[in-house]
Design a protein around this ligand. Structure first.
Ligand code: GLC
Length: 560
């Protein structure tokens, strides 16, 4: 079944004109198109209150068309007290007034579809805000109609929390409700109560919510942490991690890292629910992405995304370490390729939870050139590339003074951990305008003055800016079947150079990247040299069966 509304059908099927794209990429747009994660709060503020909104997004849709992305995935836009910036929802059927209303949303879908752009929503359903009416009812007593919608447990005999579970932000995962005389579970902050996915009414409601938005014309969802949906009914204690030495030192400030999350997360009981969500999305031909964060990521990826019953695409969190370098990234890609061949990955090298890549990249470097080469590498991996707002500008992590911090995680751990505000600041549109053209009002987070020289108006004028280079690369990528569809092998990798082979049908494409400020060479030793491919904007060369890569350059060639 498709949507029951023929008009919606027409809207959803509105295809972006297929330029030179290979013929076998007309279906499954989510596999081949680039997705852009929009941080709505910081994208563009149309009503000038300092917070980005849906009207602002609609006004700027041509930006995405020019960039060449297939879809935009919005950070949560539902009504929320914003104690975790939309990841604490108090009504799943309305937009937060800061972002607009349902009419604004419908207009966004209409305008996006006119441009052949799809819109995806971030569904944060593992928990709700403690201000959600369901929770307010649930906490009243133990007999109300919503009494079992959340995870409630008695105190231990000595009054302490039911077990040893920790939140991802690093404190006990239970908070006390004096009205009910019980603890409630929260895998995130105490303002975010976990729904009880053992309750069939909760699951039915989740499906209703998804259907409501599918009927409004969304093209898919990013499920936030689906592996956190269900908890162990027996509330067993998580075991300690056996290999503490494997945990990066900076993570040890968080007691969450001391445990293996096998009872509060990653439960097999989630899978039938996920299968029902997938079946619903399939009926609408909607894409289903999910971020699976776990202490056993690769195993969980296979479980959550390796079949027709799970996520179509899963994000690999290991690709977002706090310190990045090429060997680390290659290691994640290789481990993924070796262990998860049934999983279609969506690679993100930045997102709303981590510091910006150019600031996480180890050692000295030329930030814009590093950004351009790493983006080309990202866009050349097997899987769907998802860009995070600002990647295309090569923005560095913004510095946010303590007094301006908004992120609850940052407030808890500052200054050992500065929080996530530094990657969430407003997009710099115009270096000549107040607030960089994002708003005429003081924005919710300050704009780092270093971002002005990366503003969109500045980069649009410079054909060699990160923005123009990534735009050119996305356009070129659209015409390379091996990159869009092919298998991938790592032929060579060292501290600064990576050589990939992408194969599709008879085609074989070599992609070489140098991420350092030193030139590099790769000996090919091939009976016949590859045909040099142009049009991608990188300046690597082929001479006598050797690839020459100037600093931060790439080479692409097709083997005979
Ligand atoms: C997910 C989101 C993160 C949020 C957390 C708790 O991990 O990516 O931004 O804070 O869930 O809701």
């Amino acid at each position: 079944m498709k949507s029951s509304d023929p008009q919606l059908q027409g809207k959803r099927n509105n295809q972006r004109p297929q330029t030179q794209r290979p013929a076998d990429t007309q279906d499954d747009w989510w596999k081949y198109g680039v997705i852009y994660q929009v941080n709505v709060r910081s994208f563009f503020d149309a009503n000038n209150d300092g917070v980005g909104d849906i009207k602002g997004l609609t006004a700027k849709l041509d930006y995405f068309v020019e960039l060449g992305v297939a879809a935009i995935a919005l950070t949560p836009v539902f009504t929320s007290p914003m104690s975790d910036f939309g990841f604490d929802v108090s009504d799943y059927y309305s937009l937060d007034p800061a972002f607009g209303d349902l009419d604004d949303f419908d207009a966004l879908i209409r305008e996006a579809n006119k441009r052949g752009l799809r819109v995806l929503l971030d569904i944060v359903i593992s928990h709700t805000s403690v201000q959600h009416p369901w929770f307010l009812e649930s906490k009243q007593d133990r007999n109300n109609p919503k009494a079992d919608w959340y995870v409630w447990a008695d105190a231990q005999a000595d009054g302490t929390v039911p077990n040893n579970w920790q939140t991802t932000f690093g404190h006990p995962a239970w908070s006390w409700s004096s009205t009910r005389g019980q603890y409630y579970l929260h895998n995130a902050t105490s303002r975010q109560a976990d729904l009880n996915f053992h309750n069939s009414e909760v699951i039915a409601e989740v499906l209703n919510i998804l259907q409501f938005w599918l009927e409004r014309g969304v093209a898919g969802f990013r499920l936030d942490c689906p592996n956190l949906y269900t908890h162990d009914k027996k509330l067993r204690n998580n075991p300690a991690r056996r290999n503490m030495a494997a945990i990066p030192e900076e993570a040890l400030i968080n007691p969450f890292e001391y445990q293996l999350q096998i009872y509060n997360q990653n439960r097999p009981e989630t899978l039938p629910t996920l299968a029902r969500i997938r079946r619903l999305c399939d009926r609408y031909e909607a894409a289903l992405l999910g971020s699976v964060t776990s202490s056993a990521t690769f195993e969980m990826l296979n479980i959550y995304s390796g079949s027709q019953e799970g996520l179509q695409m899963a994000n690999i969190y290991e690709a977002l370490p706090s310190v990045c370098n090429l060997p680390g990234l290659v290691d994640v890609v290789r481990t993924f390729e070796e262990n998860c061949d049934q999983v279609w990955p969506y690679w993100m090298l930045n997102n709303h939870d981590v510091a910006r890549l150019v600031s996480r990249w180890e050692g000295d470097h030329d930030a814009p050139r590093l950004a351009a080469i790493v983006l080309a590498l990202h866009l050349s991996l097997r899987g769907t590339p998802v860009l995070f707002q600002g990647d295309e500008l090569g923005l560095e992590e913004a510095y946010i003074p303590f007094d301006n911090l908004c992120d609850p995680y940052g407030k808890l751990s500052w200054p050992q951990y500065m929080g996530r505000d530094g990657c969430r600041t407003p997009l710099p549109w115009d270096d000549n305008l107040p607030q960089a053209g994002f708003s005429t009002h003081k924005p919710w987070l300050p704009i780092d003055p270093r971002h002005l020289s990366h503003a969109i108006n500045v980069q649009q004028k410079d054909p060699e800016s990160v923005l123009r280079r990534v735009q050119r690369f996305i356009q070129w990528r659209e015409e390379q079947p091996e990159i869009l569809l092919g298998s991938m092998s790592i032929i060579h990798a060292d501290a600064s150079v990576l050589l990939l082979l992408r194969k599709h049908k008879g085609g074989r494409l070599l992609a070489a990247f140098n991420v350092s400020y030193e030139p590099a060479e790769i000996e090919l030793n091939l009976p016949q040299p590859p045909e040099v491919l142009n049009g991608h904007g990188f300046a690597g060369e082929l001479r006598d069966n050797r690839i020459y890569l100037p600093p931060y350059e790439a080479f692409f060639g097709r083997l005979p």
